[in-house]
Design a protein around this ligand. Structure first.
Ligand code: ZN
Length: 218
C-alpha cells in the first residue's frame, strides 16, 4: 500500500492559520530524469496531494531557484516561477509558497502569531551567500515583527557523512546569529533515506524534487 508522502511540519503546527507541508518521494513514480521532465510528471501529483490537504484554492507560487540570494515579496498569484529568486516572503493570505528540494535545505521562517512567513531554498551556495539571514532581515523589515517573534525550521537536506559540508548546521547558526530563539533543525539526511526522499547527489542528478510549502490560511 502506498502511503501519501506528505508531512505537516510539526514544529509549526501550533501557529494559528498556518499550513506548512513537506511532500517527499512519490512511491511508484519513475523519475530518473532530468529536472524539466521530472517536474512535468511531478506537478500534477503535487497538485493532487495539496488538494487532499484542502489547499486547492490557494495558488501555488514558486521561485526559479538559481542558488542565489534574491528574495521576492509575494502579494498575489503568479503565472510562472518567479525569476531569479531563491526565497519567497508573504504576508498575504490564501497563497501557497512552494520551494523544490533535492538535497538543498528548505527553510521555513514563520511569525509565531501566524501573520507572515518565508520559505527559503538554501543549499551549499545559498548558505554561503547567507540567504536565510537575508530573508529574516527582509521579513522583519516588511513587518513589525522582532526576531524573537519568529520560528525557523530547517527541513531534510543532505548532511555529513553523505556530503562534505554541513550547511544544515550552518543555517542553524546563521538563524541564531540573527537573534532567532526558536530554531528546529530536522537533522534528517535526504541521501540516507531513498525510500522517503529524492537526492540529487545520490541519484547523480537524475531524480525528482520534494516540495516544501507554506500557506497563510485566510
Ligand atoms: Zn546521509
Amino acid at each position: 500500500m502506498n502511503r501519501t508522502p506528505i508531512e505537516s511540519v510539526q514544529a509549526l503546527e501550533g501557529i494559528p492559520r498556518i499550513a506548512a507541508y513537506f511532500i517527499g518521494r512519490i512511491p511508484g513514480l519513475p523519475l530518473a530524469l532530468e529536472r524539466p521532465e521530472a517536474m512535468t510528471l511531478l506537478a500534477p501529483q503535487h497538485q493532487r496531494i495539496l488538494e487532499q490537504e484542502g489547499l486547492e484554492n490557494f495558488p501555488l507560487v514558486t521561485a526559479e531557484q538559481i542558488h542565489g540570494k534574491e528574495i521576492a515579496i509575494v502579494t498575489g498569484a503568479t503565472t510562472s516561477a518567479i525569476r531569479g529568486m531563491d526565497a519567497l516572503i508573504t504576508c498575504t493570505r490564501g497563497l501557497t509558497l512552494g520551494i523544490y528540494i533535492a538535497d538543498c535545505a528548505p527553510v521555513w521562517i514563520v511569525a509565531r502569531d501566524g501573520s507572515a512567513g518565508a520559505l527559503v531554498h538554501s543549499g551549499k551556495k545559498g548558505t554561503e551567500l547567507g540567504i536565510v539571514p537575508l530573508a529574516i532581515e527582509k521579513l522583519l523589515k516588511v513587518t513589525d515583527l522582532d526576531c524573537q517573534d519568529l520560528s525557523v525550521v530547517i527541513g531534510p537536506c543532505i548532511r555529513p557523512p553523505c556530503y562534505e559540508i554541513d550547511f544544515g548546521a550552518r543555517i542553524q547558526e546563521q538563524a541564531r546569529e540573527c537573534g532567532v530563539l526558536e530554531i528546529h533543525n530536522s537533522a534528517l539526511c535526504t541521501a540516507c533515506h531513498p525510500e522517503l526522499y529524492y537526492s540529487y547527489r545520490r541519484e547523480k542528478g537524475l531524480t525528482g524534487r520534494m516540495l516544501a510549502t507554506l500557506t497563510l490560511i485566510p
